[in-house]
Design a protein around this ligand. Structure first.
Ligand SMILES: *Cc1c(COP(=O)(O)O)cnc(C)c1O
Length: 425
């Protein structure tokens, strides 16, 4: 029974474009009616009709401790009870900044903003200012938020001048955005040979998550580090999704690569709106008011969000916590792989840490072109079968699923039972 979700979706579509405030929530990738959520607790999501789901989306990554973790809630309530925003500096900003700096050796200073979009946009501005160059390189299928200059993903097998991905983004805005295939070192080499002196920065999701989970090929990130260093360009790791998810710190610790700038979001805000960008002191001190690169925000460093971030990182740092979320992801990947083999379904499960994607294809997925060859209709059918069986997967074949420390044995059994039912039809 989803009568209440259907009623709310109809009402929503009258006053919100597509009935939602972020496109993927509308279920267009899988069809059907999006569930309107009434509450969440631990690994559980409850919709407006009272249906209960095991949540493997977790607000698209932030909730690594699950929904409404008691210590995060307590920190949020405590902060909110003292006022929700002041537009003036607070101790909580210093405390969260200190935790980020301690976790990421490449980050000596950090600036908090309210969304990953804002963080990526600001990092690009800083990279251009610091290098005095205009071009930026991004990878086909990597998402860095919806700032105009980053909404280009025109993908072909060769380096292309960016083409806008959305009406309203002008050709001029993305003319300085060079889009190349993920995991293709030789194309990046050729691009640097031709345009190296124009390139301000290479932006990369060090483990791609926004085309589904695609790990970097051996040597790929190393090559980006070397090429940018030689050309005097900055290497920018967008760890909005991978931060605290692919490793207890991030992809840069997992692969041993030191980027010049790091973009953070999702987990860092503990489920409230917060994101950040950071790097070496000399770079970050170019940001206003320490330096001339302007960037500001009415709600930046919001005390309630900072409190949620501090509480989340503190709980996550306890021994065995992160590993618990990772172990669950590894078990879930095994369950999927074994069940698909039994059912004769071609499936490639790709996982790094607490992020995983079941691609409906028999071949490994190394870039966006591969991802698009996976069977989307099969994913949609699987998604709905799982939803009917009480498991909430990402409503799109090109997204990562996420696990949390609230996912335990009982949830794993429920997941396995759902997978079995989904493929026995
Ligand atoms: C989610 C995401 C963003 C955008 O963050 P928002 O807070 O949604 O603006 C940017 N980069 C990556 C890698 C992301 O996964």
């Amino acid at each position: 029974m989803i009568a209440e979700s259907e009623r709310l979706f109809a009402a929503a579509q009258r006053v919100l474009p597509g009935g939602v405030n972020s496109p993927v929530r509308a279920f267009r990738g899988v069809g059907g009616t999006p569930r309107f959520i009434a509450s969440g607790e631990g690994a559980l999501l409850v919709d407006a009709d009272g249906n209960r789901y095991l949540d493997l989306v977790l607000s698209w990554g932030p909730l690594i401790l699950g929904h409404a973790h008691p210590e995060v809630l307590a920190a949020v309530v405590e902060a909110a009870s003292r006022g929700t925003t002041y537009g003036a500096p607070t101790e909580l900003e210093v405390r969260l900044a200190e935790r980020v700096v301690a976790a990421f050796p490449s980050v000596e200073m950090v600036r908090f903003v309210s969304s990953g979009t804002e963080a990526a946009m600001s990092a690009v501005r800083l990279a251009r200012a610091a290098t005095g160059r205009t071009a930026i390189v991004k990878f086909d299928g990597c998402y860095h938020g919806h700032a105009d200059s980053l909404l280009a993903a025109a993908g072909s097998g060769v380096a292309t001048l960016g083409l806008p991905d959305s009406p309203g983004v002008t050709a001029g805005t993305v003319a300085d955005t060079l889009v190349v295939p993920f995991n293709d070192t030789s194309v990046v080499e050729a691009l640097f040979a031709a345009r190296g002196r124009d390139i301000a920065a290479v932006l990369v999701e060090p483990v791609a998550g926004n085309m589904g989970v695609v790990p970097p090929a051996p040597g790929f990130l190393e090559a980006l580090r070397e090429l940018t260093r030689r050309a005097g360009a900055l290497l920018v790791f967008d760890e909005v999704m991978t931060g605290w998810r692919v490793h207890p710190v991030g992809a840069q610790a997992l692969y041993g690569i030191t980027p010049d700038l790091t973009i953070l979001g999702k987990v860092v805000g503990g489920g409230l709106p917060a994101a950040a960008y950071g790097g070496a002191r000399a770079l970050m001190e170019q940001i206003a008011p320490a330096g001339p690169v302007y960037q500001a925000g009415t709600l930046s460093g919001n005390p309630v969000a900072m409190a949620a971030g501090v509480a989340t990182l503190d709980v996550l740092a306890r021994p065995g916590m992160w590993e618990r979320a990772e172990r669950w992801a590894a078990c879930a990947a095994n369950v999927l792989t074994r069940a698909a083999a039994r059912a004769g379904v071609p499936l490639t499960v790709q996982r790094v840490g607490t992020m995983l994607t079941p691609f409906f294809t028999g071949a490994p997925v190394t870039n966006y072109a591969d991802a698009k060859r996976a069977d989307r209709a099969a994913y949609g059918a699987f998604f709905h079968a799982m939803l009917d069986a009480g498991v909430y997967l990402p409503p799109s074949a090109f997204e990562s699923a996420f696990t949390s420390t609230a996912h335990g044995e009982a949830e794993l059994d429920a997941f396995e039972a759902a997978v079995t039912t989904a493929w026995v039809r």
